[in-house]
Write a protein that binds this ligand. Sequence first.
Ligand SMILES: [Zn+2]
Length: 427
Amino acid sequence: MSHSSALYRPSILELARAGNLRAIAYWMNSLLGPHGLVIRIQPTRSGRLHFLVDFTQSRSREHPLRLQKQLVRFICYRLWTLNSESIRDVRIVARIAGNSTPLWQQSVRIITPANRRTRRQSRAHLLTQQTASWFWFQVLRSLVISRLAVAGFFLCYWMLHWELTHNRAINQPTAAVSPAAIASADLAQSSNKAQLRAAMQDSSQALLTVPESFQGQVVREAQSIGSEKLVALTFDDGPWTETTEQVLDILRQNNIKATFYWVGLQVQKNPDIARKVVAQGHAIGNHTWRHVLENVDELTAAEEINNTAKLIYDTTGLRTSLFRPPGGNLKGSLASFAQQQKYAVTLWSVESDDYYVSAPIIVDNVLSAVQPGSIVLMHDGGGDRRATVQALPQVISTLQRRGYKFVTVPQLLAAQAQSSITAQIKP
Ligand SMILES: [Zn+2]
């Protein structure tokens, strides 16, 4: 006698995740029904889901029109959180109940980790089925494209050349370079490189110095920083293509400074992104050359840390006094070598788990754990970090609403050093 299978009943969300249309409709209606909306879902032959949204208590024709953006975003966000393999393309059609002409309609592609995987598999499957003629067509097509690319390259080269010579003529006497100018300046322009480096060094080196009391110490968070609610966001494993710059944009829009822990190999691959991070005033830490998680001997530890430090200096003109061992590993020689070298070994107190969970969970992980003085671990590199980028705006806005001020790790440590001095002076 087995009761276990009879006792198990999947939840509405589980059914929805499996692509059960009735479950998705039931779930959506439970969320939107109170707002005077009724949803029906029809499958189509193309595999796309057809959402029919009826406004049941609409006061005017404009009301549903105004809600389009909000409603589309709401539905798509909810579907995205399901992380379903079978939900991919969605068409949303809005009507006033009883009226068959649509008010508006919109198609959206929902890209989740789950359906991205299945799409990749089906694409690979398709490729193996291609015929020989298809193959030759592709070869021919790529030949044509490569010709165009070569022509385009020469055109771009000529334009760049023209631009550089032209600009130099106009901007000949460039005096002091302000940090704002660095941010906007073309960092690849070699004639200005030395100047930029000097300016970066002046404006940013001060931001990277750690109070003496923290040199050679292991730090997880700051304590006793008075009444101020400070928090330090940190981003590891970059500089990375796309996501690092997306993170930078979000930070810049919110006027926030953060700390980036770099992997030497990535700095080597993306020097321009590295310079952009520094130009925007963020703090930098050393995160080894190869992101070594295992315990290494002292010689390797020295190589890993020193080579990274040298490359950071050669790329940005900065020397960092922050080190973070990959995986927070304090047992091997990495941490002890860094301590000998007077680095502040800066770990974290809040883990976002952003390298394997989706954006809503990242938001929740951070917001439920942050306290004044927290150091938050996130990742802008090391893999697909779109979830981190998606979560970041909400993390920032909620913490700001709670009265938090964002600082870099050196600023956080300086604040703690300052407040402990104040505490000592007080009778
Ligand atoms: Zn790491």
